[in-house]
Design a protein around this ligand. Structure first.
Ligand code: HEM
Length: 409
């Protein structure tokens, strides 16, 4: 049997199929300092929960620890043309993190999201209308990505015509986060981020002159601590997080959910026979697919978790996807079971101070997406003229490259 230290977490094969590595981590060392990378992997449900609940010891200020000094000169040159990367929600700690979060929270409350029901449903069906007569679809680009993207663009208040650019920018942010981009990829990602900044800095200026009923105007009008307005760099950081955190993850969850149903016709048949199972299907998909596979933390002081010492300054990778398959919490954890009683105990949205801002919206979009897909493509299957679906290599965000399906036209 290979030793734990023989696993390379950045190996594309391990990224495609991280489950054996995660299982070995949980059983042998739920808190494990990898001698090759220096990263401390946190993998059991208990250890992940303990770490993310303790935001004083385990900080989200990982932006500076990761980028900064290690950024290649070519990338820095491009980045210097734009606004500086500042820490707002995801990469800040309480109490600053709460101050930023409060400013956009109201757009994502259950009450505000409930008003979007009709829009999400119409959008989902409208997207299906465009390909249903073809008998085949690439579900990621034709459905799973445009659905959350168009919803968030509507909320932000940007025109639908601009959406193709959003997709490219989002890819740039994801490449930056992937931990896998080569120098050319990193420079390209920095250029995409620059374009994004220019576009939104202009939109923010427009809203400052002429406010509307949208999130961009909320951001312009926001006052930190009832005092100063957000500066442009802070506003852009918040927008970037909403754009990436909101789109990639939800798109990945919808595509993975459909793949799970296609691969498990018995489970799909149960939901088709009893659509009241869809909300639990959403939780089970989040548990098994966990789009935010991992997240970073930095130790602010010496600590001990699960009997393992963690020195001040250690970079921790919290493996949410592994916690969600912890056999001490979820029985037969690799099995896809739409009736699983405790599916909603998953940590796919995190826990504690940084618990996902968009969880209500994401659940809503997934539920209505699955309702529409099940009703209109009840027998969809993998399209045999394409290779088996693969994942994009990314150390943090897990998602399919594409999902080609076939069905009766
Ligand atoms: C299935 C879809 C989604 C998943 C799996 C997901 C997952 C997560 C996770 C795990 C975190 C915690 C990160 C940490 O522990 O540091 C988080 C935070 C966050 N999410 Fe989501 N998310 C999803 C959808 C969304 C949507 C739709 C939005 C917004 C429109 C959003 C916005 C955010 C933001 C802004 C944060 C940072 C919050 C903070 O640090 O205070 N997410 N998300």
């Amino acid at each position: 049997m290979v030793a734990l230290s023989d696993f390379n977490p950045f190996d594309p094969a391990v990224l495609e199929d991280p489950w054996e590595f995660n299982r070995r981590l949980r059983s042998e060392a739920p808190v494990y300092r990898d001698p090759n990378t220096g990263i401390t992997f946190v993998s059991s449900y208990a250890a992940v929960s303990e770490v993310v609940r303790d935001h004083e010891t385990f900080s989200n200020r990982f932006g500076a620890a990761m980028g900064g000094a290690s950024m290649p000169e070519e990338v820095r040159e491009v980045a210097n043309e734009g606004y500086p990367a500042v820490d707002t929600m995801l990469t800040a700690d309480p109490p600053e993190q709460r101050r930023f979060r409060k400013l956009v929270n109201k757009a994502f409350t259950a009450r505000r999201v409930a008003r979007l029901d009709g829009k999400v449903e119409a959008l989902a069906n409208g997207l299906i209308d465009r390909f249903v007569a073809d008998g085949r679809v690439e579900l990621l680009s034709q459905f799973a990505q445009p659905l959350p993207l168009e919803m968030i663009a509507g909320q932000l208040g940007v025109p639908t015509d601009d959406l193709p650019q959003f997709r490219r920018w989002s890819d740039g942010f994801v490449a930056q986060l992937s931990g896998m981009a080569d120098l050319e990829g990193q420079v390209n990602a920095a250029r995409m981020i620059l374009e994004f900044q220019k576009y939104f800095a202009e939109r923010l200026e427009e809203r400052a002159k002429e406010p509307r009923d949208d999130i961009l105007s909320d951001i312009v009008n926001a006052r930190v601590e009832d005092e100063r307005p957000l500066d442009t760099a802070e506003s852009l950081s918040i927008l970037q997080q909403i754009l990436v955190a909101g789109n990639e993850t939800t798109a990945n969850a919808i595509a993975e959910g459909m793949l799970l149903m296609v691969k498990h016709p018995d489970q799909r048949a149960r939901v088709l026979a009893d659509p009241s199972l869809v909300p639990n299907l959403v939780e089970e998909v989040l548990r098994l697919a966990t789009p935010t596979h991992s997240m970073w933390r930095v130790a602010t002081r010496d600590a001990e978790v699960a009997g393992t010492e963690i020195p001040k300054g250690a970079m921790l990778m919290v493996r949410y996807a592994s916690a969600n398959r912890d056999e001490s919490v979820f029985e037969d954890p690799d099995r896809f079971d739409v009736t699983r009683a405790n599916a909603d105990e998953h940590l796919a949205f995190g826990l504690g101070a940084h618990f996902c801002l968009g969880a209500v919206l994401a659940r809503k979009e997934m539920k209505l997406a699955f309702d529409a897909l099940l009703a209109r493509l009840p027998e969809a299957r993998l399209d045999p003229s394409h290779e088996a679906p693969k994942h994009r290599p990314n150390i943090l965000l897990r998602g399919l490259e594409s999902l080609h399906l076939q069905f009766a036209a």
